[in-house]
Design a protein around this ligand. Structure first.
Ligand code: SAJ
Length: 502
């Protein structure tokens, strides 16, 4: 075990291990190989939550005595803020860091800067003990044992991964690590296998830091499901990847304080990186299948939802829902990380790429279907007026990132259609040229409504009153969630994605 670990560390194997007796001499001079963290754990008799994130500053004394490690969270967005609040609720001293002045100001005021309504009222009030908010990564790293990095991993307009946030956050953290005072630095953002090491290890060299002595890097992907309280940061299973099993196991203990679900050390960083990205790739693929079926089956005169309901009587049929498209900062993004990772090793990701192409084509498919319906309804081609109900990428969140509403609206506007939109969760983030309605009551004179996001407020809207304000009462259910029989009764002409037009 011992010998094997040594190889895992770049640039010299012998600096991470600490003799158990270090507890008695909390100064750096004693830091040399010979004792494993596990022995340290045994020495202080703490096998649980306060295992040793070796840190030779004063604070390790407190940790060795069972105090909760101090946790910094870099990036207070949709992932970082609930994670920081989660660790604070779990009893940790938390330092939240964000480069955005607006975010730091709002969080300091105890307000929720994200569009996630699940966080409303959960941000600790100003002056709350153990809760620190700063725009200085340096300050946070000085005070913490563990640094969690939860920055975006988006794609550019060229659909290529953008690792600049991971690199910038790593640079800010490693620049602040005091030599000889070990910090564990964990990436939570979704990447393809190999990214964490490839981006961060060169930075350690740049700052003269040694892996294992000054810093141990690890990977623990965030998995929480926005808008789904049953799968929040405190109720999802987690996996930990780290070249050092002892630090890996120590992180298992730490995350067990955060979540009620399983936390598993899975070995290398690359295994954990791959696990997360394929979770989202698999979802994109499954959604692509039903989206493709939603185009094939109606052409065969069969309603896709009838078929999915029938197929779902089989025990191992996994049901997904076709729709106007796949949005959010994860599912339509992460496959491009896997596609690039695969290309880097010379293996084409044909299936993953094909699924992406199917899901990316759905907004245009819906735009064409809608134009066809308006034409059939006799609405003058040069005077089509379409209302998008919902703009967020999914229900019960106020998040326009990568929403399919954007390419749908833009495709319709390119066709000369006047497009309006209403979303109960959003007062911004709409495409230019879209007439935004702050209330549904404000929307009138449209020929067709597209249900884009299945917010409860959309489903429970006053469809009778809305019909009264329509120029042509046509509705297109882009999420297969509307009560078509009820709308029929109200006098709407009801159409839906994946449903044959009769
Ligand atoms: N969608 C469909 N049909 C479906 C399911 C979803 O069209 O049957 C659409 C949604 O409307 C939305 C998009 O896909 O536009 C993505 O929504 P989602 O609820 O599937 O996922 P996200 O992006 O909100 O969260 C995902 C989750 N990943 C998986 O379920 C594998 C979440 O657990 C991750 O933590 C998150 O990505 C992330 O951060 O990676």
């Amino acid at each position: 075990m011992r010998g094997q670990k040594a190889e895992m560390f770049p640039g010299g194997a012998n600096h991470r291990r600490v003799h158990a007796d270090v507890v008695q001499f909390p100064n750096r001079a004693h830091l040399h190989d010979g004792g494993s963290a596990r022995r340290l754990i045994n020495a202080v008799g703490v096998g649980n939550s306060s295992t040793p994130f070796i840190n030779l500053s004063g604070s390790h004394r407190s940790m060795a005595l069972g105090a909760a490690p101090k946790v910094a969270v870099v990036g207070l967005g949709y992932v970082g803020l609930p994670t920081a609040i989660g660790f604070h609720d779990a009893g940790h001293d938390v330092w939240g860091v964000d480069v955005a002045a607006r975010t730091v100001r709002l969080v300091r005021e105890g307000k929720n800067p994200t569009g996630d309504p699940d966080l409303d009222g959960l941000v600790p009030a100003p002056g709350t003990a153990r809760w620190h908010v700063t725009d200085s990564t340096h300050e946070a790293v000085q005070h913490c044992d563990v640094v969690l990095v939860t920055v975006p991993t988006p794609i550019g307009r060229d659909l290529e991964p953008d690792l600049s946030y991971v690199e910038a956050a790593g640079r800010a953290v490693f620049a602040a690590v005091p030599k000889g005072q070990h910090r564990t630095v964990v990436l939570e953002s979704t990447v393809y296998p190999g990214v964490t090491a490839a981006v961060w290890l060169p930075l350690l060299d740049e700052f003269g830091l040694e892996h294992g002595r000054d810093v141990t890097i690890a990977y623990c992907p965030e998995r929480f499901n926005p808008g789904d309280a049953a799968h929040g940061v405190r109720s999802v299973a987690r996996v930990i990847g780290c070249a050092d099993p002892e630090v890996g196991e120590a992180l298992v203990d730490l995350y067990r304080r955060l979540t009620t679900e399983e936390v598993r050390y899975v070995g290398s960083i690359e295994v954990a990186e791959a696990a997360k990205v394929i979770e989202n790739v698999q979802r994109d693929l499954n959604i692509a299948l039903v989206n493709e079926l939603a185009r094939i089956l109606p052409a065969m005169g069969v309603d896709v939802e009838d078929v999915l309901s029938a197929a779902a009587t089989k025990w191992n049929f996994h049901r997904y829902t076709p729709g106007v498209g796949v949005g959010g900062h994860c599912i339509p993004v992460d496959p491009y990380y896997m596609i690039e990772g695969a290309a880097n090793v010379g293996v084409p990701a044909n299936l993953i790429s094909a699924a992406r192409a199917v899901n990316r084509s759905m907004p245009m498919h819906v735009a064409n279907e809608v134009r066809g319906l308006l034409y059939k309804a006799g609405v003058p081609a040069d005077d089509n007026r379409v209302l998008l109900m919902g703009w967020s990428y999914k229900a019960e969140v106020g998040d326009p990132r990568e929403t399919p509403a954007e390419p749908l609206a833009e495709a319709l506007m390119d066709m000369g259609v006047h497009v309006g939109a209403w979303d109960p969760y959003l007062d911004g983030g709409f495409s230019e040229g879209v007439q935004v309605h702050s209330t549904l009551e404000d929307a009138s004179g449209y020929d067709l409504v597209i249900l884009v996001t299945a917010h409860k407020a959309c489903l429970e809207a006053d469809w009778s009153a809305l019909k009264g304000r329509m120029r042509t009462p046509i509705v297109y259910d882009g999420r297969r969630v509307l009560d078509t029989a009820h709308l029929d009764d109200l006098g709407w002409k009801v159409f839906a994605i994946g449903k044959p037009v009769v």
